[in-house]
Design a protein around this ligand. Sequence first.
Ligand SMILES: *Cc1c(COP(=O)(O)O)cnc(C)c1O
Length: 406
Amino acid sequence: MRPFDLELARRLSAIREQGLFRELRRVDGAQGPRIAMGGRTLLNFSSNDYLGLASEPALRAAALEAVEKYGTGAGASRLICGSLGVYHELDEAIARFKATEAALSFSTGYATALGTICALLGKDDVIVIDKLVHASVVDAARLSGARIRVFAHNDLNDLESILRWADAAKDSKSQSSSRRPAVLVATESIFSMDGDRAPLRELVELKDRFGAWLMVDEAHATGLYGAHRRGLAEEDGVADRIEIQMGTLGKALGAAGGYIAGSRVLIDYLVNRARSFIFSTAPAPAAAAAATAGIRFVESDRGSARVAQLWQRCGEVFSAATPDSRSSARSGAIIPLIVGDEIMAVETAGRLREQGVFIPAIRYPTVARGAARLRLTLTAAHTAEDIACLRTALAACGLLPSRSNS
Ligand SMILES: *Cc1c(COP(=O)(O)O)cnc(C)c1O
């Protein structure tokens, strides 16, 4: 081996020793409740395709039509000559769906966080993030150069004391810089690895009291919560008090990409300043068309029926006998089965695969060290029989969840 490869092999063996080695598992076929993997068909309980839209005929048809009309590639970034009609239709569909003045789509949710946070903040500003916020927001915070403060997960008292500190720091800074330093609070609405909710109403009150801005990543709530399925901010009645609403088009919406929804001036500003938007070729037209079709589906009565079906399935995981749709809706579609030890989590995932059930082990750096888990997710495409099989497999591994640990 060359010295370069030797060095990397050494690093990889350290990763292996900690039970943190990862490898790709090839899936032969579409995303769905059953996936073909390693010559076997497994029941899949790990997808974020919550409404089963990733292989929905209406989305496939929209993607094919976009290929016919626009070809396969945009050819350039949107600000050069790549701003095809299909992206304008998507941006308008997002704004209408989210009931905001405007919206902007990005190639991924990750690029959305990076572009947006770095456009809004610089070294004189402060970003305050929840301890469990997604890696895309953490990476964006670092890249922005802003001062980073982390508050304990969903802990309003901790956040308040940080905002009080930031307020004082702001006053001393503002004499030396040309504009008043900004303070941005960033969190998720439904947390990706724990499935719990942020206290959005209280967060909105708090940031308003301190004149801070709020960015909420609705990656795991878009399409699922609220009367129009806009997200948890809609359900909690605070959407129009959140400056920056972020989400992805690749989870419940069944396509790929990310978005920001908000005021017209925010979107105009991002078009001018979000580097991941400006310096990147526009996404595949097929992905944008599928996302627009995904939004239309979610807005329709069929979307509402899919969501109801999802909550029904969630209730069945806890108890086949007493489906209580209210408490199952509260527990959500993400159910973490905490194992703790990394190596044990990988072994447990292996035992579940032997039982025909696929739930991968989620380990550091996705979650904290010693907090390894099986992240169980449900979709509307699962059947009651699928849930029964899941319960049997979980029971065989001593993992059947109870309501209290959700
Ligand atoms: C998946 C995810 C993202 C990134 O979105 P992609 O479209 O997959 O790049 C951002 N935030 C959260 C909370 C996520 O779960």
